[in-house]
Design a protein around this ligand. Structure first.
Ligand SMILES: [Zn+2]
Length: 445
């Protein structure tokens, strides 16, 4: 399969186009871009049945956007509240603290950092191009491959969708002995769910980032794992590549990802049009115990389940891929944020037959993760750790025989939320690699 590649000059042109936009203050953000000026992110404590009922009764009327989903008595949720709803929200008399006073300020800071980063990244690419005699074409015929492969700053910043495509193609082109390209299928807007296969072992491990579009760190961490498998110094890798074959899709939901980079940074769903609102929550759309609670029938809700199970091509494609790939010993769906390493089920609090095995792996993963930078991850089943969520990916994977499926929520715990600063990409990658390799070391095959 040939991936479409944006040429280096086009990438450079994009950077030039983006520069004046990035320099603009909030007030003159182009009208096509959703502004989150004066949107607050608050943490609501839920202490009793009545508070839970009050909150749930106002999900739609106050246009609440749930950033986290620990919506149970004794839990807390992080919620974005638009300015027009805030006084009504205060009238509910729920206990809350403010995490982010003005979300747009955080997004502006994210953009400013990105602008600085893109200068460094472009300079590295240009320097590599100069050393390469001005050529941007790799021996494989892939435009820009050499320069991408050699840019050391990749994990020091976030990237455009086109850059991610180019980066992935570069890894494949430069490692023909270890890696090959595949696509799990086409999205609603006809993009590929592009992936890389690494290794030649009989045990398959499937994982992806960015099922939820705004959770950018999940793609960077998945790419960090790819980089470790291809070029890392961990002495265990050679053994992994003969024991396992890795099927890795950095961006599971590319349509939604593009929305977050062009018009709405807080978009979570895919890009299917549903009753005037954009997108289905693909992680409430998988075809196992769909519509059994913890998902919405409202097309404008951020956890909209879709009109029927597997109505979204993105979930359907990966679901079929899992079903049709023999001997999948693990599946990981990387999300952010909350710092959780979870196992099925999400649709019910009744634990599956092999819960002890799966949660044992999760505990080992969390311990290995903490040993790197001290970051604490909580483990457990989805239902009891966060909230009921039916139609989710990990439950589906378990239902088709994947022995160790995980739903992982990466950094942080709410200080930055989805706008995790770029200087946390490498530490997140390092600790997640430790957790991931702990799973590989302990999986029963
Ligand atoms: Zn998510």
């Amino acid at each position: 399969m040939k991936l479409s590649i944006l040429s280096l000059s086009a990438v450079a042109a994009l950077a030039v186009i983006m520069t004046p936009v990035l320099a603009l203050p909030t007030a003159v953000v182009p009208s096509a871009v959703v502004s989150f000026d004066q949107h607050r992110v608050v943490r609501i404590q839920i202490e009793n049945e009545q508070e839970l009922a009050t909150l749930s009764a106002h999900d739609d009327t106050l246009q609440l956007d749930y950033f986290t989903h620990h919506k149970i008595i004794g839990g807390h949720v992080d919620v974005r509240i638009p300015p027009q709803s805030f006084s009504k929200f205060q009238g509910l008399n729920l206990k809350y603290s403010t995490l982010i006073e003005n979300l747009q300020s955080v997004l502006n800071e994210e953009k400013a950092q990105d602008q600085e980063y893109q200068k460094t990244f472009s300079a590295q690419l240009n320097e590599n191009k100069r050393r390469n005699g001005g050529k941007t074409v790799h021996a494989s015929g892939i435009e820009g491959a050499d320069v991408y492969a050699a840019a050391p700053a990749w994990f020091s910043g976030y990237h455009t969708y086109a850059d991610h495509q180019n980066w992935l193609a570069t890894q494949i082109a430069n490692n023909p002995d270890k890696a090959s390209a595949f696509s799990a299928g086409k999205t609603y807007q006809n993009r590929d769910q592009a992936g890389i296969k690494i290794g030649s072992g009989p045990n398959n491990v499937v994982f992806h980032g960015t099922q939820h579009a705004r959770e950018w760190i999940s793609t960077m961490v998945v790419e960090y794992i790819i980089d470790q498998l291809l070029t890392g110094s961990d002495s265990r890798v050679a053994g992994y590549l003969t024991k396992y074959t890795f099927h890795i899709i950095p961006i599971m939901n590319p349509d939604g990802f593009v929305v977050t980079q062009t018009s709405n940074r807080m978009h979570r769903k895919n890009a299917q049009s549903n009753g005037g609102c954009l997108g289905t929550d693909t992680n409430r759309n998988w075809g196992f115990k769909w519509n059994q609670g913890g998902s919405s029938t409202n097309p404008c809700a951020d956890d909209y389940m879709g009109p029927s199970a597997f109505s979204s091509p993105e979930a359907t494609n990966i679901g079929n891929y899992l079903k049709n790939t023999p001997n999948v010993v693990s599946y990981i769906d990387f999300h952010s944020y909350s710092q959780l390493w979870m196992v099925p089920y999400g649709y019910t609090g009744t634990r599956p037959g092999t819960y002890a095995y799966m949660s044992g792996l999760a505990v080992k993963a969390a311990a290995a993760l903490k040993a790197v930078h001290g970051t604490r991850f909580t483990t457990g089943d989805i239902y009891n750790t966060i909230y009921q969520a039916s139609g989710n990916s990990a439950d589906y994977a378990y239902s088709v025989g994947v022995k160790a499926p995980f739903a992982v929520e990466l950094r942080d715990t709410g200080n930055y939320g989805f706008s995790l600063p770029a200087n946390q990409i490498i530490p997140s990658g390092e600790e997640t690699w430790a957790a991931f390799s702990a799973v590989l070391d302990n999986i029963q095959v």
